[in-house]
Design a binder for this molecule. Structure first.
Ligand SMILES: Nc1ncnc2c1ncn2[C@@H]1O[C@H](COP(=O)(O)OP(=O)(O)OP(=O)(O)O)[C@@H](O)[C@H]1O
Ligand SMILES: [Mg+2]
Length: 305
């Protein structure tokens, strides 16, 4: 009884102390003669020198994956130094840590925000989180990893697809000579090179869905991180009936569903996709994002970031 009482008293004291601390920085008595903020804050050198280029400050997953662009997007340490870890981003990263370690976590996530709301930035955060860089070199990440209770999974295979950068109208020749046509061909090749591509080659050549082969592929190369940006922009180019190497709009939808299912049932595999929000009502095959169907089936979790 006495011990319980003591515990309550200590608890109260600790809480009162914390309250005091959190008010302290804002309480103070401002002195006269403070400098205006414009004299205290210095803008980023690019802005100050007038060399500011909007394009340089646009988060671009494709560029980063190609090793191009400015350091603040390309370099994992610099990226996290400039990243504000919002509640949504923290949740996304924590879930990804769990999923790729095989300790739970959501397998399929579709990011939803308004234009410029941070979808690409969130995808980049995952790309860098699993880049093989130690948490101590990623500002803000060490604490997040500690809170999540699992270390960053090692040797994660990453596959990146950016819809605005890939033409569905032609085959894409890889440095090892592999010719890729479809999104599934691209993902397989990025995860495991020629050998992985061979497993689904026929489906890539015929632009048909690889079905169960996807799950087997993910299991073989796990942990796998699949990041898809601007998927809708890509799907829009697949007009019905057109004979494109990448397949039709319908095959894309079926693939989105098959991909979600495969990722869900495979071990240590995570799919994160971003697509611009849907217009209120449009007609024809351009409606919705390729994961909308699977989201409706409960396969994809829609997350605001
Ligand atoms: N958490 C964050 N910390 C720091 N910068 C951020 C953060 N989230 C977004 N940004 C920055 O805000 C800008 C817009 O974000 P981003 O490009 O990721 O949005 P988006 O949702 O992908 O936009 P769009 O719909 O146009 O594709 C970018 O310059 C990005 O780097
Ligand atoms: Mg974007």
């Amino acid at each position: 009884m006495r011990m319980d009482l003591m515990r309550i008293v200590f608890d109260e004291q600790r809480r009162a102390e914390m309250r005091k601390k959190s008010f302290q920085p804002t309480e103070g008595k401002p002195q006269g003669g403070l400098k205006p903020w414009r004299e205290v804050v210095t803008p980023h050198p690019d802005v100050a020198s007038g060399r500011y280029q909007q394009a340089e400050f646009a988060a671009d997953l494709w560029q980063v994956d190609q090793g191009e662009g400015s350091d603040e997007y390309k370099h994992p340490t610099e990226f996290f130094r400039r990243t504000f870890i919002t509640v949504g981003l923290k949740r996304l990263m924590s879930q990804a840590l769990l999923r790729l370690s095989g300790k739970g976590g959501d397998p399929v996530v579709e990011l939803q925000t308004n234009f410029g709301g941070g979808k690409t930035h969130s995808i980049l955060a995952l790309y860098h989180l699993f880049s093989g860089t130690h948490a101590s070199e990623l500002p803000g990440v060490e604490e997040l990893v500690k809170d999540a209770g699992v270390p960053i999974a090692r040797n994660v295979r990453r596959a990146v697809f950016v819809g605005t950068q890939v033409s569905p109208g032609r085959t894409h020749r890889k440095p090892d000579g592999t010719e890729v046509r479809t999104v599934w061909g691209e993902i397989a090749w990025q995860l495991g090179g020629k050998a992985a591509y061979e497993r689904i080659r026929e489906d890539d050549e015929r632009a048909t869905n690889p079905g169960n082969a996807l799950k087997e592929l993910f299991n073989q190369y796990a942990p796998c991180l699949i990041l898809i940006d601007e998927w809708v922009a890509y799907a829009r180019q697949l007009h019905g009936g057109a004979d494109l190497p990448a397949g039709t709009f319908d095959t894309q939808f079926t693939f989105a569903q098959a991909l979600s299912e495969a990722v869900k049932t495979a071990k240590q595999t995570l799919l994160v996709s971003a697509s611009r929000p849907r217009r209120a009502r449009t007609s024809g095959p351009t409606r919705g994002s390729p994961t909308s169907k699977s989201a409706a089936n409960g396969a994809a979790k829609r997350w605001p970031v």
